[in-house]
Design a binder for this molecule. Structure first.
Ligand code: SF4
Ligand code: SF4
Length: 451
């Protein structure tokens, strides 16, 4: 921003070079994956669905209910710690190469600037020019295409929430039957357009919390896009056929001109740097042009540059790795022990125990079972650690519809001679086709037996 605090609109030059080409390839794969994933199905159902509205999640073909939220929560914690560890070691490589904001902004929307308005200099001239036919056509055309791209991407996002089949229905069926979905689509399109057409690099420099965390995460051993000031300074213009006695930076300013966040990497690592590598390409190109070694701006750590030492695996990195391994182990354990059927059994509210004929005591329970698969299930409940009977009210077996739930009531009967405490912990097994799939516990209330 300028000294008055007004935004300075940036017109970065289009980078050229090996890294930019590599990032272009990564982006093509990334965008292709983004649009292909919602179409992939397993067993007739989406492989990925993140339906926040109906709280229905399918990951890799497995249904996750809100009851599995803790697995998600742990997964998120793991993801954040992973990003933190990755940042400690590799800086903001994530931002430059795989962050959706950078990919869509720099590889899609920024290219529209070049296609419609020309290179950075032409864009600047167009920006200052009065609103004539040329400017209206170029700006107008760009805005229309930006809207269209935003609309297509918003459809992609919607596919992850409602699924491609539902999106197909939206297209085929009358508009008024899908008002909610169309409103969501309009909102996604508008937000996306606003973010990439107007907010642009400000998302990374002002809004993104990950960018704000850099100061706490990075240390002098983190590998970042860095300017080798030992080699580059003191900087000075290049003169043909001279014997260069100063640093290798020829002060061409190309690294600044290509920077999408408008910073000068020669001033050191800054929060605004998204590690996009554009300045590396620009500087390498200049170094080759004047016959100096590439890599004046490169991936390196502050300690490596300052002391010419090798990159070390510090105690901090080791600590992060240890935490990450523990979380990963826990996540794997939770996923591997997660069963296809979820169950909640609670004693019926307001009911104590009941004294029955033949010296029996019973307790009444309410149960709710969830089927987390795409197949109907039939299960039976059997006593595990007690001699007694479980009797369902009105049913013999519990039938749970696919991707659904069933509720009901059941009695547990125990001989009064086996009820020696006011509260007895009972273990119950759940069986499907004779195979035990889960064990759970509940409490059985009995009369007070004085000491
Ligand atoms: S300083 Fe270099 S790596 Fe950082 S944002 Fe600017 S161009 Fe990208
Ligand atoms: S591109 Fe390289 S040589 Fe040119 S100003 Fe930047 S650091 Fe110096």
């Amino acid at each position: 921003m300028d000294k008055q605090g007004h935004r300075v609109w940036l017109f970065p030059q289009q980078p050229k070079g090996k890294l930019y080409n590599a990032r272009t390839l990564v982006s093509i794969g990334y965008v292709a994956l983004f649009f292909i994933l919602p179409f992939l199905k397993y067993d007739g159902h989406p492989l990925f669905l993140i339906n926040i509205i109906e709280r229905r999640f399918i990951l890799f073909g497995q249904i996750f209910w809100p009851q599995d939220f803790f697995i998600f929560a742990l997964g998120m914690v793991f993801f954040i710690v992973f990003i933190a560890l990755f940042t400690v070691v590799f800086g903001r490589v994530f931002c430059g190469w795989v962050c959706p904001q950078t990919i869509f902004q720099e590889m899609l929307f920024r290219r529209l600037d070049y296609w419609f308005e020309g290179d950075a200099t032409q864009q600047r001239i167009l920006n200052k020019s009065p609103w004539n036919t040329n400017k209206i056509l170029r700006r107008g055309g760009k805005i229309v295409v930006e809207w269209l791209i935003s609309f297509v991407i918003a459809n992609g996002f919607l596919c992850y929430i409602i699924g491609v089949d539902e999106l197909g229905k939206m297209i085929r069926e009358p508009f008024f039957q899908h008002m909610g979905e169309f409103l969501t689509l309009a909102m996604f399109t508008t937000v996306f357009f606003f973010v990439h057409s107007w907010m642009r690099e400000q998302v990374c420099t002002l809004i993104c919390p990950f960018g704000r965390m850099q100061g706490a995460l990075l240390d002098k051993d983190s590998i970042v896009v860095a300017y080798d000031y030992k080699r580059g300074e003191s900087r000075g213009k290049f003169h043909k056929n001279e014997t260069r006695t100063i640093g290798d930076c020829i002060d061409c300013g190309n690294c600044v001109r290509v920077c999408p966040t408008g910073i000068d990497i020669r001033n050191g690592t800054q929060l605004e740097c998204v590690n996009c590598t554009a300045c590396m390409d620009a500087c390498n190109h200049m170094m080759e042009a004047v016959g100096l070694p590439r890599g004046l701006i490169r991936y390196d750590s502050e300690n490596s540059i300052a002391n010419k030492t090798k990159h070390t695996y510090t105690w901090r990195m080791k600590a992060y790795t240890a935490v990450m391994c523990i979380l990963l182990g826990l996540e794997v354990f939770l996923l591997s022990t997660r069963t296809d059927v979820g169950i909640t059994v609670l004693r019926t509210p307001g009911q104590l125990y009941q004294e029955q004929p033949n010296h029996k005591i019973s307790n009444l329970y309410n149960y709710k079972l969830l089927n987390k698969t795409f197949h109907d299930k039939e299960v039976v409940l059997k006593p595990e650690n007690f001699n007694g009977t479980i009797q369902l009210v009105g049913e013999e077996k519990i039938k749970i519809p696919k991707d659904g739930s069933v509720s009901g009531a059941m009695f547990i009967y125990l001989d009064s001679t086996d009820v020696t405490k006011t509260k007895t912990k009972l273990m119950i097994g759940m069986y499907e086709n004779g195979r035990k799939i889960k064990t759970f516990s509940t409490n059985f209330l009995g009369p007070y037996i004085g000491s």
